[in-house]
Design a protein around this ligand. Sequence first.
Ligand code: C2O
Ligand code: CU
Ligand code: CU
Length: 432
Amino acid sequence: DDPSGARVFNLEIKSGTTPLKEGRETATWGVNGNFLGPTIRAKRGEEVAFSVYNGLDEGTSIHWHGMHLPAVMDGGPHQEVEPGGSWTPQWTLNQPAATLWYHPHPHGRTGSHVYKGLAGMFIVDDEESEALPLPATYGVDDLPMIVQDRNLDGDNQFEDGGSFLSMQGILGDQITVNGTLGPYVDVTTRLVRLRLLNGSVSRLYNFGFDDDRAFRLIATDGGLLPEAWETDRLQLSPGERAEIVVAFAPGETAVLRSYPADEGYTSPLGRVNGADDLLDVCEFRAAETLTDDTEVPAAMGAAPDLDPAEAVEEREFSLSGFNQINGEAMDLQRIDFGVREGTVELWEVSNADGYMHNFHVHDVQFQVVAVDGEEPPPRLRGWKDTVQLVPQRRYQLALRFADYTDPDLPYMYHCHILAHEDSGMMGQFVVL
Ligand code: C2O
Ligand code: CU
Ligand code: CU
């Protein structure tokens, strides 16, 4: 803690090596360690202060994905930290409990920095979520799961060339969870909560268990759902998070997998973009006796409650051609528009290509109001900051930009397939 009462976190970005696989160590990047970064956890109402030191020999940044904060603290391409330099953002957490994450956002190099290992979780708690009977013992029945894919060469080094056929960039066949290959979990409780983060640069996951057991989706990007939704598959595009609760029986083993995508591609582009892949993600090994003192309550978070009828502005965004939004590629010097603080806007976002894009907006959690004019599916009914865009569908989003204004420094909106983002599928807005 510092004298002002803020909770202080020191983060050091560095390069190193990691024993991923037998043989030669893999060159990796990490935060306060050699690979990935620590889980940051703080509570709504707390002031957090960071000292971010860049120990790399190139510029980078740390962006707080999903966080509601002033643009100058956002950690986007305008807040790059030079090699050997430091950055000290500080803000007060003011949003519901949620599983957020952090990652670099340097202009044109986000994909390579994330792929090398710079990513971590940022868990926000609040009074309401702490009072619920959900599984909540971190590392025991409440597990962070940063799911990523990588390619290893014969020397165990990350290969970052994408297939020239793929429109998405790198698709690896080696799945890591929290930086571990071939991971398993020793389960000691009947109910386990998984905080899933698609931390991949390009891959779409369609999570499900090997025996097709049902599980309950309890939270999306921005926090807990009003009520759980039971399903046996859950698709997450890069950058999206979901919290699920799974039940295990004593002594059993179950494997979390990624199944072929159930939507997102028009053939024949699916196969070269990984949509047909079946991958094991993590094995769960249940003990012979399991404790059973948690439950999924009937009521959890608050439903998104923006009123589209109150929108003061409507905007359209069409993603196309690998690197463009509304026909233009990102330009750091160009602010695309300004929104009024405190007002609701309606954005209609569409994917004009035949392969996957998604859409992420900084500073806010938004409400998916409609998909092609219809009520969104249950997995899109909670607060979201990133939404998958199935080709040729139109997504209507309601957003409210509150609290922070800055006429000069912008926030970003972009495709979170990082090869697309880095080549320019991004724009900038200011809150006035
Ligand atoms: Cu997760 Cu603009 O980023
Ligand atoms: Cu973000
Ligand atoms: Cu894209």
